[in-house]
Design a protein around this ligand. Structure first.
Ligand SMILES: [Zn+2]
Length: 251
């Protein structure tokens, strides 16, 4: 009996915090908000954190979802998430960033790209602005080629190939990233227009085409160094990035 009561309690806690969003492939389960105090340049900032998961099965039965989760080895796969700041649902102006995961840049602080810098900097911009969200897209490693392939692409780059050539020689298109899930989550969290933090006009277009209300774009200057200069130049010359601004392997 006591066990049943605990199970009911668990269900009650989670039911309130999980919403499901219908998608082409089934459903996106969005869990949150969860209070997340973050160390941002030495200061503690309180964000609201949400995580999402794609699932073919569409159910609102929380017990069914819990059963499925424990049977899957989810740690073998990456899940995306979003950090929300301020009154994101109703605030008049909101800044958003769609940040593609970069294991080497975000975690190790690699200087081969400027992703780590851009990640922290965009969080700071959102906090300074007062309202916004940072989407951390876990299936976007190496512009969608995955971490292992990115390691191989780095080897090719060390031998004279540029980023675009390296990806093409490994059998990938230059940029295979898709934003549809993130846009669905964004729409579930906010219906008012947003300003996108990016140097990549293509990203802005992709979001507008997907029906998102984007009122503008704000640039994010990069952390240019001798280690990523060539890399950034390739983005400007070959991937349509704006010249006057810093760019990044993942932007
Ligand atoms: Zn990077």
């Amino acid at each position: 009996m006591a066990q049943t009561l605990i199970e009911l309690k668990v269900r009650e806690i989670l039911e309130d915090k999980i919403q499901y969003i219908k998608s082409d492939k089934g459903a996106i389960y969005l869990v949150g908000p969860i209070k997340l105090p973050v160390n941002l340049y030495g200061e503690t900032v309180i964000f609201k954190w949400y995580c999402w998961l794609n699932c073919e099965e569409v159910t609102e039965d929380i017990t069914r979802i819990i059963e499925k989760l424990s049977a899957k080895n989810l740690a073998e796969f990456q899940q995306s998430s979003v950090l929300v700041y301020g009154d994101f649902e109703f605030g008049e102006e909101a800044l958003i960033r769609f940040h593609s995961i970069c294991h080497t840049g975000d975690i190790f602080g690699s200087k081969r790209c400027d992703c780590g810098f851009q990640l922290k900097q965009s969080m700071k911009m959102i906090v300074d602005h007062g309202t916004g969200a940072l989407f951390y897209l876990a299936n976007h490693e190496g512009r969608g080629i995955g971490l292992f392939s990115k390691a191989m692409a780095y080897l090719l780059q060390e031998n004279g190939f540029d980023t675009v050539e390296a990806n093409l020689h490994l059998g990938f298109v230059d940029d295979s990233r898709n934003y549809s899930d993130a846009i669905s989550v964004l729409k579930a969290l906010r219906s008012k227009p947003v300003t996108l933090i990016t140097n990549n006009p293509k990203k802005l277009e992709a979001l507008q085409e997907a029906g998102m209300h984007v009122s503008g774009r704000t640039a994010l200057w990069g952390d240019v160094s001798e280690y990523n200069e060539k890399y950034l130049q390739t983005k400007i010359n070959r991937s349509g990035h704006l010249k006057e601004e810093g760019t990044c392997c993942n932007d």
